[in-house]
Design a protein around this ligand. Structure first.
Ligand code: FES
Ligand SMILES: [Fe+2]
Length: 371
């Protein structure tokens, strides 16, 4: 499949990993502009259920309205701006009430109660609904876009829509979650995920299951990159034992039973599709040199319901691999922060990073100021 090369590309300048000015530029041009993965839609069940998604100081309430439709609103009261919701998740009764002066909003965001405001000349509740955030549900994931002029999700995600049908992602259930705090820039995490050049040295167990040269790409340009990697043993999976730990997912069949598909979904989602489970990494930037990663193992609910269900073979495998990756990413961060750092040449095996970097630089644009 892939014939791409790194074309002489070099790693990014140090400022992209350390500079607060670059970090702020990313906020404006990426995280307040692009569709972001917010979490699994299964966190919501029934009208009024909600979870809060935080990104770069913004807080978004994602909820099911009275018609069980997913909606997203800025977590900011229209009276004096107070946050409406301080819990990470929960359930509103039929409305959302601000704790300060009891302004009350319906689940569709409309202001339905504003005590004593009838004394204010010209005040009309209709002028003060919660501010809505663009939201979409795709493959069991909730995505939000903070840009008031957001591109339609279906357009932005056109290269991916329909692509993962055989795993039937929307049906899957989170069987396990681990949250990691990594002392490294978020891009080092994405870049690390985008190549297996490091696999023989850093992940001997992984490299035995899927030798590093087995990777190919079926998405090679644009914001979504990646492709399949062949297992050494037909019918296996990425687990401590090398065997699958649950029945094959959905409609996965044929050669797909011998492949693991890895994708970077710009900017904050890494998707790893196995024959028997799906691994999701959600990347949350915290600072230029700090990243939180929410890692979830998704299985089919029928598998989870079995008395002998045990995800530990998969969980242990990726937890071990994750930790190896985070540790080397932290070491990269420290080395890059040195004045001795200068961009180095990518190997051909790192061509996907070169492509990702190019895409990133196109989005972030020039940044000379104070960096
Ligand atoms: S700030 Fe919310 S009701 Fe006053
Ligand atoms: Fe790795």
């Amino acid at each position: 499949m892939s014939t791409r090369t790194a074309l002489g590309a070099r790693t990014l300048d140090g400022k992209y990993y350390t500079s607060p000015a670059v970090y702020d530029l990313e906020t404006e041009r990426i995280f307040f502009k692009r569709w972001l993965y917010a979490g699994r839609s299964s966190r919501l069940s029934g009208p009024g259920s909600y979870f809060v998604f935080e990104v770069d100081g913004e807080s978004v309430i994602i909820l099911l309205d009275g018609s069980n439709r997913v909606r997203a609103f800025h977590n900011t009261c229209r009276h004096r701006g107070t946050q409406l919701c301080s819990q990470a998740e929960g359930r509103f009764s039929k409305s959302i009430q601000c704790c300060y002066h009891a302004w009350t909003y319906a689940l569709d965001g409309s202001l339905i109660g504003a005590p004593n405001m009838d004394e204010v000349a010209g005040f009309d509740k209709a002028d003060y609904p919660l501010l809505e955030v663009a939201v979409a549900v795709w493959e069991g994931g909730v995505f939000v876009n903070l840009d008031p002029a957001a591109e339609q999700f279906e357009e932005a995600y056109a290269p991916l829509i329909g692509k993962f049908q055989q795993w039937r992602l929307a049906e899957l259930q989170v069987a396990h979650e681990i949250v990691y705090d990594v002392a490294a820039n978020w891009k080092l995490v994405v870049q690390n995920y985008s190549e297996c050049y490091h696999c023989p040295g850093l992940h001997p167990a992984l490299n035995r299951l899927s030798p590093y040269r087995n990777s190919t790409n079926d998405l090679e340009e644009g914001p979504f990159l990646g492709g399949p990697m062949r297992l050494a043993q037909d019918g296996g999976s990425m687990t401590m034992s090398g065997r699958t730990c649950a029945p094959t997912l959905g409609d996965v069949s044929g050669e797909d039973k011998n492949l693991i598909y890895y994708y970077t979904i710009f900017p904050n989602l890494l998707l790893s599709l196995h024959p028997d489970y799906v691994l999701v990494h959600q990347i949350q930037r915290l600072a230029p040199d700090r990243t939180r990663i929410v890692c979830q193992w998704l299985f089919h609910p029928d598998a989870v319901a079995q008395a002998d269900f045990d995800a530990s073979d998969a969980v242990e495998f990726w937890n071990m691999t994750n930790k190896q990756d985070w540790e080397v990413s932290e070491m990269s961060q420290r080395g890059i922060a040195s004045r001795a750092y200068r961009p180095g040449p990518y190997a051909e095996l790192e061509s996907m990073i070169a492509t990702w970097d190019r895409q990133y630089l196109e989005v972030v644009g020039g940044c000379s100021e104070g960096t």
